[in-house]
Design a binder for this molecule. Structure first.
Ligand code: ACM
Ligand code: ZN
Length: 734
């Protein structure tokens, strides 16, 4: 009997170990436990072959900080007892960036296709150790055991990227290094720095000092903000990234999003008028002049210095969202257009892009650009970063370009994960992008023929910093919100970057959302140990059964080591609410809330059941609710409705008001529609809601829709006699 219990205990122990080991993200191509266990102890040596000394140092440092032990590093041709051995082996046919990892009782062996493969093997090994391995401080009483396994692994896609928008907000060098660590943990390998935009120039160019002395700063007096990377900073970033298998791609945008450069050197624009770097988000209509030769001389000089700093074979040239008003009025641009026989300003942009492509090619580099550049025809192959839709990818593929998927509906991480009240204020011009939505991305987009597979390089997340601070207003940094953008960035990046990493790495037939979500449970504590911010997932609803007098609710905790706390009395759940254990019964669904609590300062938004007002669905989507708070006192008052993201294309719209309860209805005088605080439409007629007549529907038209603009609707309302009225407002595009 004792023997059986012993065997069962051992079996359970092994199962628990293997479950832990299998939490690796991105999921490896092949993973087999071998029943052995390697214990990392003081005295373990790290051996390396060939030129992997630096990589061995990286591994030793990763292990030393949390264990507190020094690990001797030695060169060797073969594996030895009680050691970790890293080597490269091209003859074994390991795929690019791939590795083989073997963990046995006596040794750990990582064989990579190259240094990059070894690094990826090291990242997997770290994920197989207890979570505390990510802590940078010495940890006590940890059993640093690694479950024995044989792993063979390589990425599905070669491009696993993320964009940091350092123009709209200047993230300092330390934050960039922090992001590189975050990326490396999940085997992400492309960091795209959006260095230039209307709101700031962030790269020191010695030939044009005003780009940074003028173009890197905005605002006046104590509100002046900005900064830039010196060439030394960039060298440090690139070196740091390189050891972690991350290619840093600079973006020098043309021809739009360049007001910072034009503010420094007005001769770059058509009008040559003086500008200042803007403090409000907008997309400037001042472009680089396409007619003057000086523009191209400037760009080549900038590229030359840029290429000396960034060894990447790519240069991102932007190319998105150019509006041609200035080119139309410019004698130089029009002369160029005429001389070349171009039919439109759009063709002039094609000329501009092709010319830049030629300059860049002279230096052996390939251009990357937003899908606008590939849509319009180029002479040579480029990389199209597809953000609009799959049709752009299909078009680009047919025209021989390589593609990276940055589709807005999966990859725009500046959009929050949810629209639950309390969610971060982030881009609202798109629907929320949940973790699952990211996981659903298939870079081989629908409609793309299999024969183009080799042209799909991978996928790329973007985080536009102007979108997630105060809606569309650029951030002001005060002592209270110091480093707020950095915190937003972490929050918006994790856990979604882990999902993107798996989409880009793991074979499609091994990808499984349920499995990923489960593996992610042990990763949140890893992120905590590493000091990375992240969005805490809400408890997951497993069951909601109607019973006599209420509902039975069963929840699942999505974070290892966290608690679920809940309320059933209509008050918000908080870190002191009851702890959820098993099933609970609630009387009214709309009085129930539950949150995941990591600690008193770190917890999730609530899982709750908002009323949907399904009866009014035919009138579109719910955009607002009114109650007595909105109609206090006498006379008409402004009632502001956020319609950003709800108004999302040109067309006719209807805004309707529906009374729900209270002894008084609502009087409405008019509605006014605003784009970036400028009135663009209105409908004035008196309406009274209690009778819910057709009169409660207001119409307007949007004919100059702009991506990224903030849309608000202001209604003038009052309580008909008293103010105890409640109702809902719906918006529909006709
Ligand atoms: C973009 O979002 N303008 C590429
Ligand atoms: Zn011009």
């Amino acid at each position: 009997m004792k023997k059986i219990i012993f065997i069962i205990t051992i079996f359970c122990f092994l199962v628990s170990l293997s479950i832990q080991a299998q939490d690796i993200i991105p999921k490896p191509n092949s993973y087999k436990t071998n029943g052995e266990v390697f214990k990392l102890t003081q005295g373990v040596h790290i051996y390396y072959s060939g030129d992997l000394k630096e990589m061995a140092g990286f591994l030793a440092k990763s292990l030393s900080l949390p264990t507190g032990w020094d690990f001797a590093i030695k060169k060797s041709k073969s594996i030895k007892d009680r050691s970790i051995f890293i080597s490269t082996d091209n003859s074994k046919n390991i795929e690019k960036e791939g590795y083989e990892l073997s963990v046995k009782n006596n040794s750990v062996k990582i064989v990579g296709s190259s240094q990059a493969g070894v690094l990826n093997g090291i990242q997997t090994l770290l994920q197989m150790l207890p979570i505390e391995i990510y802590n940078k401080k010495r940890q006590n009483n940890i059993n640093w055991a690694i479950t024995g396994a044989e792993i063979s692994d390589a990425p599905l896609y070669q491009w696993r990227g993320i964009m940091l928008d350092v123009s709209r907000y200047f993230y300092d060098k330390d934050y960039v290094l922090h992001l590189i660590d975050m990326m490396a943990m999940y085997k992400m390998n492309v960091l795209h720095l959006h260095l230039i935009d209307d709101a700031g120039w962030r790269l020191e160019i010695k030939k044009y000092p005003k780009l940074t002395s003028v173009g890197a700063w905005r605002g006046e007096g104590h509100e002046r903000v900005g900064g830039y990377y010196t060439q030394e900073d960039i060298k440090e970033i690139v070196t740091y990234a390189s050891l972690r298998n991350i290619d840093v791609i600079p973006e020098i945008e043309i021809p739009a999003h360049t007001l910072a450069a034009i503010s420094a050197y007005p001769w770059l624009s058509c009008t040559e008028k003086k500008h200042v770097v803007p403090t409000q988000h907008f997309i400037s209509r001042d472009l680089y002049c396409a007619g003057k030769e000086s523009t191209f001389e400037f760009l080549e000089n900038v590229f030359k210095e840029t290429f000396e700093l960034f060894p990447s074979k790519y240069l991102h040239i932007g190319g998105d969202e150019a509006k041609y008003d200035r080119w139309i009025d410019c004698k130089h641009c029009q002369a160029r257009k005429k001389k070349l026989g171009l039919a439109s300003e759009k063709e002039l942009q094609v000329y501009f892009t092709k010319r830049v492509q030629k300059i860049v090619a002279k230096y052996g580099k390939t251009i990357v650009g937003w899908d606008e550049i590939i849509e319009r025809g180029l002479d040579d192959k480029a990389v199209g970063m597809v953000w609009h839709d799959q049709n752009k990818a299909i078009y680009g593929a047919k025209n021989g370009h390589d593609l990276v998927m940055a589709l807005t509906e999966h990859c725009y991480f500046d959009v929050a994960e949810s629209n639950i009240p309390g969610e971060v204020k982030a881009a609202t011009w798109l629907k929320p992008i949940s973790l699952e939505k990211v996981y659903q991305l298939d870079p081989m987009v629908e409609g793309l023929d299999e024969k183009y597979r080799s042209q799909v390089l991978g996928a790329h997340a973007t985080l536009w910093s102007d979108q997630f601070i105060h809606g569309t207003i650029l951030q002001e940094i005060t002592p209270i919100n110091e480093n707020r953008s950095e915190k937003y960035f972490d929050y918006l990046t994790f856990p979604r970057m882990a999902a993107l990493a798996e989409v880009c790495w793991t074979p499609r037939d091994l990808q499984s959302w349920d499995d990923f979500e489960n593996r992610m449970k042990s990763h949140y504590p890893r992120l905590s140990e590493a000091g990375y911010g992240y969005r805490v997932p809400q408890p997951k609803l497993i069951k909601k059964n109607k019973i006599d007098g209420g509902f039975e609710i069963v929840l699942e905790n999505m974070v290892d080591g966290a608690e679920i706390r809940y309320s059933t009395d209509g008050t918000p759940a908080n870190v002191y609410s009851n702890v959820y254990k098993n099933q609970i019964t609630v009387k009214k669904l709309n009085q129930f809330q539950a949150i995941t609590v990591i600690n008193r300062h770190h917890f999730s938004l609530p899982l709750y059941f908002p009323e949907k007002f399904d009866k009014y669905k035919k009138y579109g989507t719910l955009v607002a609710e009114w109650n007595s708070n909105n109609i206090q006192g006498k006379g008409f008052k402004e009632f502001e409705i956020n319609a950003t993201g709800k108004i999302n294309q040109n067309g006719k719209y209807e805004l309707s008001f529906w009374y729900i309860e209270g002894s008084n209805g609502l009087d409405i005088k008019n509605i006014e529609v605003f784009k970036n605080n400028i009135k663009i439409a209105e409908d004035s007629h008196p309406a009274f809601t209690k009778t819910n007549s057709k009169n409660n529907i207001y119409s307007f038209e949007i004919d100059n829709y702009e991506t990224g603009a903030a849309y608000t609707i202001k209604a003038n309302i009052r309580g008909n006699f008293g103010n105890d009225s409640k109702g809902v407002v719906f918006l529909k595009r006709k």
